[in-house]
Design a protein around this ligand. Structure first.
Ligand code: BGC
Length: 383
């Protein structure tokens, strides 16, 4: 497949937003302007943003984000050891004592109330770190302490119900959360970033996790939103690609993609799940990109390309990609309520830009060279 010149400007804009909004501490803000997100960096968003930046050749930017993740983790070493000890003693601490989903740029816990107990980001940052190290042939030894701590935290907690990618439904065990955790743990064991005992424990626990997903996280041959559900969730595409938790050539992957297409996709736009009411339950361009990556891994380049074009077309005239678009709403009556509460939909959302880059580069539609650090002449032209 050849580069698509029509996508070059959006690709440049995407990488600029990601690198220029990265904070001096290395954090990636979720969105610079959206009221509820200002001042915070999420491990989930950040890990996928770093993965997009890494794929686009922004090696230093991605490394700085992982350094930030490592610092955030190591600062909490004592707390993590307490959580691990208590959990091993059969007294898993309550959700309010677990690690948060998002941090201030300085690496502190937020002062605002949030749906903080989410485990997926702790797996995803480990997964994205190893992808980055392997992609660019980097030495990962400076991440060992943070990887070890994060692994120990996940090994004692992975089975616990917690909030999902959408910071909802904390009473359930979510299959995409488990996919993130397993992908992260398996990656650091493979990369030798943990000690031998931990690597063995990772082998045992991820085998258990995979068995549980097969028994309770799969229905009618496809992955499901949470244990006991019959529905799917847009985030499940990530289990197939880029996480590679579910083999893209498997029947489960095929069936999961088919059900996602049948239940959640309207004209290339992907809903998070049936029943979504957030901002009226619109379509998320980043989910079109995840589904595109899953299709590509499963061998359907044409469908992946259509999904990329759909995501690109959601950009505003300023070339900002939003969190969601309202073309097809699941709960139109709920849209205004959210606008009144939090203002217009988060735009730009850095995670959307990162997923557009990630799929565009994987498809060969975006030339990573156009994204290399700018020369002065290019800077002037783009200004
Ligand atoms: C989404 C999360 C995301 C956060 C920051 C929330 O509305 O549900 O997935 O991490 O926004 O972008």
């Amino acid at each position: 497949m050849s580069y698509d010149p029509a996508l070059a400007a959006l690709a440049e804009r995407s990488i600029r937003l990601i690198t220029e909004l990265q904070t001096p501490e290395g954090a990636y803000p979720a969105s610079p302007t959206f009221s509820a997100y200002v001042g915070y960096s999420w491990l989930r968003d950040g890990a996928f943003i770093a993965d997009g930046a890494s794929a686009a050749g922004q090696v230093e930017s991605a490394s700085r984000f992982f350094d930030w993740c490592a610092a955030v983790t190591v600062r909490r070493a004592e707390k993590i050891r307490w959580i691990v000890d208590e959990s091993r003693a059969g007294r898993p601490p309550g959700p309010e004592h677990m690690l948060p989903a998002r941090f201030t740029f300085a690496g502190d816990d937020g002062a605002d109330e949030w749906w903080d107990f989410q485990l997926d980001g702790y797996g995803t940052w480990l997964w994205a770190l190893v992808e980055h190290l392997e992609r660019h042939g980097l030495d990962g030894s400076r991440y060992r302490e943070a990887a070890q701590l994060t692994a120990e935290y996940l090994l004692v907690s992975w089975w616990r119900p917690c909030y999902d990618w959408w910071e909802e439904h904390s009473q359930h065990v979510h299959v995409s959360t488990l996919a993130c955790i397993a992908a992260g743990l398996e990656a650091i064991a493979r990369a030798g970033l943990v000690d031998d005992d931990t690597a063995r424990a990772i082998g045992d626990e991820t085998a258990r996790l995979r068995r549980l997903v097969a028994e309770r996280g799969t229905k009618d041959g496809h992955l499901i939103k949470w244990f006991g559900s019959t529905a799917v969730d847009g985030s499940l595409a990530a289990a197939i690609a880029p996480l590679g938790f579910t083999d893209a050539a498997s029947d489960v992957a095929r069936r999961t993609i088919d059900v996602l297409e049948a239940h959640l996709v309207v004209d290339g736009g992907v809903h998070r799940y049936l029943g979504d009411t957030f901002f009226g339950g619109g379509q998320w361009p980043l989910l079109s990109c995840f589904l595109g990556l899953a299709h590509l891994a499963a061998g359907d380049r044409d469908r992946a390309d259509e999904l990329l074009q759909y995501a690109a077309a959601t950009a505003t005239p300023e070339l900002d990609l939003p969190e969601q678009v309202p073309g097809h709403l699941i709960a139109p009556g709920m849209r205004q309520e959210w606008i009144d509460r939090w203002g217009p939909v988060a735009t730009p959302l850095l995670w959307s830009h990162a997923m557009f880059l990630r799929l565009g580069i994987a498809l060969g539609r975006i030339d990573p060279a156009v994204l290399a650090p700018q020369t002065t002449a290019q800077e002037e032209t783009l200004a």
